[in-house]
Design a protein around this ligand. Structure first.
Ligand code: TRP
Ligand code: SF4
Length: 438
């Protein structure tokens, strides 16, 4: 199986995705001690991660960390798109530096939009909605890929450590794929890693919250980050911790530097073997690897390296469309757009596919299936904040007390409130956009 970030697959079996691609399970311990954890975390909508423990540690220890995510400026913003930004706004409230890439190069390369069109979508659709949803301008930078030369330079430089067969294996590119498309994953890697440049806050854990369709880009970025490191710290086959220099220039100097750092960390029993470009640390244990690696990474910059921390990611489930298939901008009846009028939204909700039984009698007798119901998803993802209230709906549906007609009405009423609130807040948003643009 291959994940195609530009395809239109729906993903159902999240557990299998995790196993197949080595995504970790997003367990309660990862967010439980956060301040006011977000509903998408509490309710298992975020189902997987890579290296989120680094972010957890930064949050708990109040150390600097960053978020980088991207928006695809090709069409209108719907409830599915809202989820990532809901997460971002939550993380902003607990201290993250925020970076948001407008993926205009990608939209141009893969979806046939002109750069002018993508600019319109970003400025008139996405960014005003982000502001209306509550994104704050402090420590927040929104930029366009096409005008960010740091990102584009990164893409060229980082591309040195990826070859064509890796790109084919990851993305299924072939001889007729256009070159801008082929280059766009490197631009996304540039998005993800440039926030660790000195100029943008330096080396630090970075979270990329995305839908699981973006995992190929996450894997590529993590591989590339690692490939550009000058040192490698590992547990060797004979159970020793070894620091290895990965490059062939300045080897002596890099080994001296590592020795210094290890001494400062109070490791004194070192065995240096220059021929292997290695230092073995007799008394170190596997648990010591992260802190050793962190110090080495920071020192790489003075040798012309980047010292990247591998980016972390979280993956959220996709919303089901109101028609039962994927929620998609190209099928307006499947999606509720943030700019829909309350009446349009009500109509879509009333026509939506539910988990209700065929007849009222049957539903009273056997109950409905909230787990397979789009209306319930609306409550769970967007409309109901109180977990108890959500649980009550779940139970009344299952026990046959709640009927779909009433339930849809409640969803429409809540949706109306949300849409009117956004409508109101968007009015002043366009005047504020400047404060967000990098
Ligand atoms: N490829 C993403 C999409 O299709 C957009 C994107 C661009 C992005 N750069 C990014 C997402 C960096 C996360 C991180 O929606
Ligand atoms: Fe869905 Fe509500 Fe009907 Fe239950 S009662 S199946 S939650 S619409």
């Amino acid at each position: 199986m291959k994940i195609d970030p530009w395809g239109s697959t729906t993903f159902q079996d999240y557990a299998r995705l995790r196993d197949e691609f080595g995504i970790q399970e997003f367990t309660d311990e990862l967010w439980k001690n956060f301040p006011h954890p977000h509903r998408l975390l509490r309710r298992g909508v975020v189902f997987g991660h890579r290296d989120f423990n680094l972010i957890h540690e930064a949050i708990v220890d109040k150390k600097p960390w960053a978020i980088l995510t991207g928006l695809m400026p090709s069409g209108k913003m719907h409830l599915g798109h809202k989820m990532v930004i809901d997460e971002v706004i939550y993380y902003q409230s607990i201290g993250a530096d925020i970076f948001i890439a407008v993926a205009d190069i990608e939209a141009f390369a893969t979806r046939g939009y002109t750069l002018d069109e993508t600019k319109e979508y970003a400025l008139n659709e996405y960014i005003p909605n982000y502001i209306a949803l509550g994104l704050k301008p402090e420590k927040c930078h929104i930029y366009f890929q096409s005008t960010n030369s740091d990102v584009k330079d990164m893409a060229y430089i980082l591309g040195k450590k990826v070859n064509w067969s890796q790109m084919i294996a990851t993305y299924g590119f072939n001889a007729s794929t256009n070159m801008t498309h082929i280059f766009s994953p490197l631009i996304q890697t540039g998005d993800i890693l440039h926030v660790q440049l000195e100029k943008f806050g330096g080396v630090r854990p970075t979270l990329v919250p995305v839908g699981v369709d973006q995992d190929p880009h996450i894997r590529l970025s993590r591989d590339i980050a690692q490939a550009h490191r000058l040192y490698n710290v590992i547990l060797t086959k004979d159970n020793k911790i070894g620091v290895f220099v990965k490059v062939d220039t300045d080897v002596e100097k890099l080994l001296d530097n590592a020795e210094n750092i290890l001494n400062k960390l109070h490791f004194s029993n070192l065995k240096r073997i220059t021929k292997y470009k290695a230092i073995y640390i007799q008394e170190a244990k596997e648990e010591d690897i992260p802190k050793i690696d962190e110090q080495l990474a920071k020192s790489e910059i003075k040798f012309g390296g980047y010292g990247f921390v591998q980016p972390s990611s979280t993956f959220h489930r996709f919303m089901t469309g109101l028609t039962g298939e994927k929620m998609s901008s190209s099928k307006p009846e499947s999606a509720i757009f943030l700019t829909d009028s309350p009446e349009e939204a009500r109509k879509k909700i009333m026509n939506a596919k539910t988990g209700g039984a065929v007849t009222l009698e049957e539903q009273k007798k056997h109950g409905g299936k909230p787990d397979e119901c789009v209306i319930y998803e609306l409550f769970l993802y967007h409309l109901i904040e109180d977990d108890k209230e959500l649980e009550t709906i779940y139970n009344s549906c299952k026990s046959g007390k709640l009927m779909c007609g009433n339930c849809k009405k409640q969803a429409s009423d809540l949706m109306e409130k949300m849409l009117l609130d956004l409508q109101d807040k968007r009015k002043t948003a366009s005047k504020q956009i400047k404060k967000y643009l990098a």
